[in-house]
Design a protein around this ligand. Structure first.
Ligand code: FOL
Length: 229
């Protein structure tokens, strides 16, 4: 059920764990990094990848038009929702869950297929109900995509088992930070090998740092995976 649905955090952060500035990302558009985010959050789990199959979907009782066509879930806070360019939101091919204490009406234009809830567990519960009613696609993986308070809440849930971190090599000015301690040595979180990362995301990851950027400004970054038991 809900309590066993593994959650994966996906985040990009500077060397000082900076993740945001002035309601957006601290760095200029990193096309390859953003493309990685989109691919990984869209890609459905393979039968062999762990931490991926949702028990939310164990419903033998009713067949619906959506049954069988799975989608991953992206869970985000209201400010992160508002930070996504309107032409890219809701994030396509994924079920979007937006967390807010405000109601759907107060939030303004949020499409009906977006789940609005007050916290992560209520969001998953609401989604589970929609799946049961054939109003949402069965769930593949669930990703928490920020921001800081939502990452913090997710880290406090036992079902959060993995963090997909993109470590940006440059120290951009930031006003929002990733709340977790992800060191080789911290709080049960362990960095996994490149092979483990490749198996988790279902694609090849270069052994070299990536470079990306605009305005002739080259930025270096590295894809990482952390897990806890
Ligand atoms: N994790 C990582 N690794 N990188 C990020 O940039 C990132 N960003 C967020 C959360 N986790 C992340 C939150 N911010 C879009 C914009 C901002 C955003 C998340 C997503 C967005 O527009 N995504 C589109 C791709 C747009 C494009 O191709 O330019 C999508 O379809 O995912």
């Amino acid at each position: 059920s809900l309590k066993q649905l593994p959650l994966t955090l996906i985040v990009a952060a500077t060397p000082t764990n900076g993740i945001g500035r002035n309601g957006g990302l601290p760095w200029p558009m990193l096309k390859k990094e953003m493309a990685y985010f989109a691919r990984v959050t869209k890609r459905l789990p393979t039968p062999t990848s762990t931490g991926s199959t949702s028990p939310i979907n164990n419903n033998a009782s009713r067949q619906t038009s959506m049954a069988g066509a799975r989608k991953n879930v992206v869970i985000m806070g209201r400010k992160t929702w508002e930070s996504i360019p309107t032409k890219f939101r809701p994030l396509k091919d994924r079920t979007n869950v937006v967390l807010s204490t405000k109601s759907r009406t107060e939030l303004g234009s949020v499409p009906d297929d977006v789940v609005v809830a007050s916290n992560i567990l209520h969001g998953l519960e609401s989604l589970e109900q929609r799946v049961r009613n054939g109003e949402a696609a069965p769930v593949g993986r669930a990703f928490v995509i920020g921001g800081s308070s939502i990452y913090q809440a997710a880290m406090e849930l036992e079902q959060t088992k993995a963090v997909l971190l993109t470590r940006i090599a440059k120290d951009y000015e930031c006003d929002t930070f990733f709340p977790g301690e992800l060191g080789e040595s911290s709080a049960g979180w362990q960095r996994k090998s490149r092979e483990d990362l490749q198996a988790f995301v279902g694609e090849e990851i270069s052994e070299h740092a990536m470079t990306d950027g605009s305005d002739g400004e080259l930025v270096s970054f590295e894809f990482q995976l952390y897990e806890r038991p």
